[in-house]
Design a protein around this ligand. Structure first.
Ligand SMILES: Cc1ncc(COP(=O)(O)O)c(C=O)c1O
Length: 366
């Protein structure tokens, strides 16, 4: 079927995190764009499954059957050419709970957990909440692209007692889809310094033309033994409110330790609607996704042109994946507080301030 992504769907008053969380979005016609949550309708086959389940009059505990793992495995192979055994798949109610469980399961208080800012800010929040040492390996810009700084990474691995790193690929907010070569280099260093990896691949189905997602763990048998990979249809199919994710790990010991932490936090039970939506998205979502990617590509092209013609002082970062835009406001010569006020009160946009993602984001104010 053809999807109409131009349809405007009012969401105010639907207990919606994006639109209902601040009075200003309701009263001042500010457009919220601060969260990775699309205003598009959910694909019809998914809605059908949810409706069907809603018609059943009993809503007891859900059971994640074997099909959850088999379907995840099939999607990984079909979309990313990554063969995984269904037995490597486990459950988490979301990516952030999975990161938290991985930190609790795989590191001890005082050990280092490394992140690569500017990056999705719950990474640092979760490391801090778990009382681990936050170690930062900032991305650096070269030839107009954010790239990993391997020299700094190795130095941090040598000196900061790093036990786990949280990779974001594709990267929120800078929109990078790391190449095989970049990931190889990272993986080799992790193997050399005995560092485990949680690879957050939540945006891995949202890849723009000319780029290809590589699951880090698919690169080698050795890497698949030290990596937990988080995947979910939640961003791709706009299902984040249903809180259902999968975590893939070949290494049985790591997977079991991870599952223990999930149980310790009491979050092992899936949501029945989440399960139905997850399985439908990964079996019947291909058609929607192909159309969505065309639409997102044209949105990005439109945005780039608009910025170049009408918003000359602002510079966008080249987008390789995700539907997020990270832009440089230094030429506006406003400090961060002034810029926040300008975006909200004059531009009428509800954005996430760059500095939330790390100090590198602060540097992009004036
Ligand atoms: C990179 C990344 N990880 C995790 C999340 C949140 O995932 P969840 O809602 O499953 O915890 C987001 C949401 O924007 C994200 O961009």
């Amino acid at each position: 079927m053809n999807y109409n992504f131009n349809q405007v769907i009012p969401r105010i008053g639907t207990s919606c995190g994006k639109w209902d969380s601040k009075e200003v979005y309701r009263t001042k016609q500010v457009i919220p764009m601060w969260v990775a949550d699309m205003d598009f309708p959910v694909a019809e086959p998914i809605m059908k499954c949810i409706r069907k389940r809603a018609e059943h009059p009993v809503m007891g505990y859900a059971h994640r059957g074997k099909d959850f793992s088999e379907i995840t495995s099939q999607w990984m192979e079909k979309r990313h050419g990554w063969y995984i055994e269904p037995g490597w798949v486990t459950f988490s109610p979301g990516m952030v709970p999975a990161i938290s469980a991985a930190i609790q399961a795989l590191t001890k208080p005082g050990e280092g957990v490394l992140i690569q800012p500017p990056v999705y800010y719950p990474f640092s929040g979760t490391v801090n909440a778990c009382k681990r040492k936050l170690v930062e390996n900032p991305l650096k810009v070269s030839e107009g692209k954010y790239r990993m700084d391997y020299e700094d990474l190795e130095a941090k691995f040598k000196t900061e007692n790093v036990r786990l790193m949280i990779l974001c690929n594709p990267h929120n907010p800078v929109g990078r889809v790391y190449t095989k070569e970049e990931l190889w280099k990272l993986g080799e260093l992790c193997l050399k310094y005995n560092v485990l990896i949680f690879s957050d691949e939540i945006h891995s189905d949202l890849i723009l033309k000319g780029h290809r997602h590589t699951p880090l763990a698919s690169l080698s048998g050795e890497l698949s033994q030290i990596t937990l990979t988080g995947v979910t249809p939640s961003k791709t199919f706009n299902l984040a409110g249903l809180q259902t994710s999968a975590v893939i790990c070949k290494n049985q010991k790591l997977r079991r330790d991870f599952d223990s932490a999930i149980r310790m936090n009491g979050i092992q039970f899936p949501n029945i609607f989440g399960l139905e939506a997850f399985k439908s998205a990964y079996t019947e979502g291909q058609d929607y996704l192909e159309q969505l990617l065309v639409y997102l590509e044209s949105n990005y092209t439109y945005c780039k042109r608009f910025f170049a013609q009408r918003l000359k002082p602002l510079r966008t970062t080249e987008l390789e994946g995700t539907y997020l835009l990270w832009f440089d406001c230094r030429e506006l010569q406003m400090d961060c507080e002034k810029l926040d006020g300008f975006m909200l009160n004059q531009a009428h946009l509800g954005l996430d301030s760059g500095y939330l993602f790390g100090n590198q984001g602060r540097d992009l104010c004036g």
